[in-house]
Design a binder for this molecule. Structure first.
Ligand code: C2E
Ligand code: MG
Ligand code: MG
Ligand code: MG
Length: 273
């Protein structure tokens, strides 16, 4: 009895594993075809500067809608794209498309600040500089309108190489911000060694202010550290005015989150409010 039950459990476990593996394979295959089938779009989310009452920038966020899988979140498919070597092609597409859109808004006089694009650590060793300069020249967007968002995972390997690429990029006028700050594992020493312009406080900290004492202390600590290093600071995931007020009171004036702006295809409707 016990034995057969054990076997049943194992069989159903195996079935589930096969199911998960099959699902992953399906996702991979659909992802491989997504670029040619034109299934990606970009949403933009504004970052508001509540001190100077203007938009400081906007972040490009990729969206994928597959006819069979439906909408798949980038949190789910970006890691898969990194694993199967598709990330560079996808990010090149994002750079081209977003720079072109920003250039159009520039011509129309839309005051939305800098375009910010997320970059995978994997792209650094695959000629990131070329991907970016190609997108700038194709779109005609001046480099000063472009920012890239990287995460601490970039610094785990090949520090000198990554640092050289960052310097090349900042030399032509691109700025670099550090995304999801506080969630990575690397040391803080890179902050003074690398050409980083701004840090983005991760939404997981913002979610718990002003309610949780410990997160409040972490957030105020991050802000004062950024200030003393001369770095700009942006808070992610700001959803309500209590969070905004706390950030404002503690010196963080640039806000990204549903409170001011939901990611959308055309930011002009939001700017018109
Ligand atoms: P991220 O770069 O940290 O982007 C911020 C995420 O927070 C976005 O999720 C955004 O939609 C979401 N968000 C913004 N405001 C709020 C808020 O007030 N509340 C809540 N709950 N969420 C908010 P999204 O668009 O699902 O993207 C998830 C992650 O996928 C991004 O995190 C980024 O790491 C990655 N990603 C998105 N687009 C790209 C891309 O083009 N290239 C790469 N490499 N990664 C990308
Ligand atoms: Mg980001
Ligand atoms: Mg983030
Ligand atoms: Mg993230």
């Amino acid at each position: 009895e016990a034995k057969s039950q054990g076997r049943n459990t194992y069989q159903s476990f195996k079935k589930e594993m096969n199911h998960a593996a099959a699902q992953k394979l399906a996702l991979e295959n659909h992802l491989r075809a997504a670029l040619v089938n034109d299934e990606f779009t970009i949403n933009y989310q504004l970052q508001y500067d509540n001190k100077n009452n203007c938009y400081k920038g906007l972040e490009a966020l990729i969206r994928w809608k597959n006819p069979i899988l439906g909408n798949v979140s980038p949190a789910e498919f970006i890691p898969v794209a990194e694993d199967i070597g598709l990330i560079v092609d996808i990010e090149r597409w994002v750079f081209n498309k977003a720079c072109l859109q920003r250039r159009i808004w520039l011509e129309q006089g839309v005051a939305c600040g800098k375009l910010s694009v997320n970059v995978s650590a994997k792209h650094f060793s695959k000629n990131l500089f070329q991907s970016i300069t190609d997108a700038l020249s194709i779109s005609g967007l001046p480099a000063k309108y472009l920012e890239i968002e990287i995460t601490e995972s970039c610094f785990i390997t090949r520090f000198d190489f990554v640092s050289d690429v960052m310097k090349q990029l900042t030399d032509i006028g691109i700025t670099i911000s550090l995304d999801d700050f506080g969630t990575g594992y690397s040391s803080l020493s890179y902050l003074s060694q690398l050409p980083i312009n701004a840090i983005k406080i991760d939404a997981s900290f913002v979610a718990n202010i002003p309610g949780k004492e410990r997160d409040c202390r972490l957030v105020t600590g991050i802000i004062s550290m950024a200030q003393s290093l001369g770095l700009d600071i942006v808070a992610e995931g700001v959803e309500d005015i209590e969070q905004e007020q706390f950030l404002k009171d503690n010196g963080c004036h640039v806000i990204q989150g549903y409170l001011y702006s939901k990611p959308c295809r055309d930011i002009c409707t939001q700017l018109a409010r």
